[in-house]
Design a protein around this ligand. Structure first.
Ligand code: SAM
Length: 247
């Protein structure tokens, strides 16, 4: 059956792509890509000549319609984003939802994902995690979003761009306090990969110490709320009961 293959591509290191992903990219009839020039380089590196078309946030509706039309004609289509797993904090998600709505199968071809790579190297993911993607760009909204996450007992995983990393870490300290552990993972799988873990209190000074530490792409992992800081078990149980009654 004609399907949409959601194919993960590398987040830096070009070798981080599996044999199955390469086979799918070679065999499908077309590839919808967030940035066709960027993906073209990946395909060329592997001698793949499958035609590409753009599916990004500015043409999402029409490009998704094109994907659906191809599937309806009996063609196989792959979806790739600039880096990592499509649909995780990038425009692929809504296109995938449209394909489901049109009744076509969606097949994941898993691989690199910045959030999971950082989590696996953080040592904070044992009891689960909460992925919040990108926080709002303005500080007030960012702090409000963080405040709603502060009581979560599991690790929090965030994406951040280099131009907001300092402000984001300052807001994390302001909302989560100084004692939680943070892992700053920058340039994962790339030449200047750096993964450091420290109490939140130390993170602003660490970033301030060297401009290179503020460059590149970041994943932040913050440890979850320790049990004692959260609600007492009895209060938790009552709250769960009350919440279950809410409409
Ligand atoms: N879909 C992608 C994935 O599966 O990881 C994420 C796309 S999102 C638009 C881009 C963000 O992912 C960056 O701003 C950064 O927070 C994170 N990211 C992507 N590649 C990274 C890398 N090599 N090192 C650290 N963070 C990375």
């Amino acid at each position: 059956t004609p399907s949409l293959y959601v194919v993960a591509t590398p987040i830096g290191h070009l070798a981080d792509i599996g044999a199955r992903a390469l086979g799918v990219l070679r065999e499908v009839d077309a590839i919808a890509a967030e940035d066709t020039r960027h993906s073209q380089r990946l395909l060329e590196a592997h001698g793949i000549r499958t035609p590409l078309f753009a599916l990004h946030e500015h043409n999402e509706q029409s490009a998704a319609s094109r994907v659906i039309a191809l599937l309806a004609e009996g063609r196989h289509v792959a979806l790739v984003s600039d880096a990592g797993t499509p649909g995780v904090s990038d425009p692929g998600a809504r296109a995938v939802a449209r394909v489901h709505a049109a009744g076509h199968p969606v097949v994941p071809v898993p691989g690199a994902c910045a959030a999971i790579a950082a989590l696996s190297a953080s040592g904070l993911g044992e009891t689960g995690f909460r992925f919040a993607g990108f926080l709002p760009p303005k500080s007030a909204a960012r702090r409000a979003t963080l405040a709603a996450l502060v009581a979560s007992p599991v690790a929090l995983v965030l994406y951040e761009s280099p131009h907001r990393i300092v402000e984001c870490v300052d807001d994390l300290v302001a909302v989560f306090g100084e004692e939680r552990e943070v892992v700053l993972a920058r340039e994962l799988t790339k030449l200047h990969e750096q993964i450091v873990r420290m109490p939140l209190a130390d993170a602003p000074a660490w970033l301030a110490q060297d401009a290179n530490r503020r460059r590149g792409e970041f994943v932040l992992v913050v440890s979850g709320c320790p049990p004692s800081e959260g609600l007492e078990p009895e209060a938790e149980r009552v709250l769960a009961l009350l919440l279950a009654e809410l409409p």
